[in-house]
Design a binder for this molecule. Structure first.
Ligand code: FE
Ligand code: FE
Ligand code: ZN
Length: 277
């Protein structure tokens, strides 16, 4: 069965989020651990989480992907900004242990003029500070579109971050279809070629999740504007090939398309219909 879900809000609690997941036909889902604009995190634990875990087990919900806030920069130049990213990530990872064995995704960061090399060095340093040997969460580096000074729009950059991380067995990669297309990997024209390249540089074993998004912009635009599935430059055929590809089809797929819950429900139904059982 296709393991697919969408981005949900945790504002009303974990049980309410599970209900939203079930309404949309999701079997997995993504959520922000806290307000994406930053700020305090919703407490995690207690009765809500216990009930959530029970409900998830009973209804087959799995692969919970927590997304770090967009606003942190794990390779910031300013010490206080860097420190904020590190305390946020460390706190998120602590809290994720209430949902053992799941996933935490983050944007590697923007080097803000320090250069790629320095950016990569700082990101690895951040990971070396926040990863713990006994954590059960796999931390995912997201492939980026290459907007501004973003690090992580080339597979080689992610590889270097992984190589410099001591507890690299805790790391994986989340491939975002909109981002890599915007970055210059032609998954619409040559999916096999892109995956061969991913395997050569990073290794397909590191690939743990896919963000399914169409792109509002053309190939190599470096823009990062998501579009609904089939409504952008990637097109529905591309998504049919992505979800059915032998190297990808068993992974969890997460929609981050511009949709409300009803829109997600329709999109999930559409994609389930395109999956070869
Ligand atoms: Fe993201
Ligand atoms: Fe994404
Ligand atoms: Zn994006």
């Amino acid at each position: 069965m296709l393991n697919i879900g969408c981005h949900l809000s945790v504002t009303r609690g974990y049980c309410a989020m599970a209900e939203d997941a079930l309404y949309t036909g999701s079997s997995c889902f993504q959520f922000f651990t806290r307000n994406p604009r930053g700020g305090a995190a919703k407490p995690i634990g207690g009765e809500d989480i216990a009930k959530f875990l029970e409900l998830a087990k009973a209804r087959g919900l799995n692969s919970f992907l927590a997304h770090a806030p967009y606003t942190i920069n794990p390779c910031a130049a300013k010490p206080q900004v860097l420190e904020f990213a590190r305390t946020t990530m460390a706190d998120d990872l602590d809290r994720m242990e209430h949902l053992p064995g799941n996933l935490y995704n983050f944007h590697p960061g923007s080097h803000v003029g320090q250069g790629l090399e320095r950016g990569i060095e700082l990101i690895a340093e951040t990971l070396n500070l926040v990863l713990k040997p006994d954590q059960t969460t796999t931390v995912l580096l997201e492939t980026m579109a290459g907007k501004g000074t973003e690090v992580g729009s080339h597979f080689e950059e992610l590889r270097e971050i992984i190589d410099r991380t001591e507890l690299s067995e805790k790391l994986g990669v989340c491939l975002d279809t909109c981002h890599i297309f915007d970055a210059g990997y032609d998954i619409a024209g040559d999916l096999d070629g892109v995956l061969t390249e991913f395997d050569r540089v990073i290794g397909l074993g590191r690939l743990r999740a896919i963000h399914l998004n169409d792109s509002k912009n053309p190939f190599t635009s470096h823009k990062d504007r998501h579009e609904v599935i089939g409504g952008g430059s990637l097109g529905l055929e591309t998504f049919k090939r992505v979800i059915n590809h032998p190297a990808l089809r068993a992974l969890p797929f997460y929609l981050e398309t511009p949709n409300d819950l009803a829109g997600y429900k329709a999109e999930i139904e559409l994609l389930r219909g395109l999956y070869d059982e």
